[in-house]
Design a protein around this ligand. Sequence first.
Ligand SMILES: [Zn+2]
Length: 217
Amino acid sequence: MIAEDPTAAAVLAAVPCYPVPPFGRSPAIEALRAARAGHGFAIGCDNVMLILRRPWLALDVPITASIAAYLPYGAAGPPRADLLCGLIPHEHRAAMLDHFRAALPNEAAAFIVWDEATREFSLIFPTIDEATPSRLIYRTPVLPPGCHMICDVHSHARARAFFSATDDADDADATKLALVFGRIDDPTGPEMVSRLCAGGMFLPLPRSPFTGDHYAN
Ligand SMILES: [Zn+2]
């Protein structure tokens, strides 16, 4: 027994932490990796790894630097950040930019939703309560079961694309891709910044999440 208190035990059961066996397999860690949704931690001799799963995302990411102490464990394994839903069709990027252009001089927002059953992506424009060139208040849509909001997108209108302190606070508890587009009508083209929000961290994307783009920016 790791915890006596039932609430503490429930937390540890929901978010488990396992040492990596020095040899052989770990059924518990394999179950964590094979889960449809959930997360936990594996302690390897090299680092501590967050293992997080969503129907659309497989994320194994080290959350510590290499561990100097000798741990008689196996290695945590290679990192991965895979979009199990595949890349987002490029036409959704174009449709969002049209929407952001039409909303100028104000900011605007969009969500990219993925249906686990049909494996189709769709674009949702949220109900806006207040929009100005530097401020946006909108309602996060309620999705039917099996539909996942995988990408939260907003424009900074004619300002630069960056993640503001407000964006950081909004994204802190979410598991999603977050994108900001800026300089929407700039003749040299809009700017984009992106990140993966997971486990309370903001992780860089290795590439653009859209088909047909080769770089994250
Ligand atoms: Zn912002």
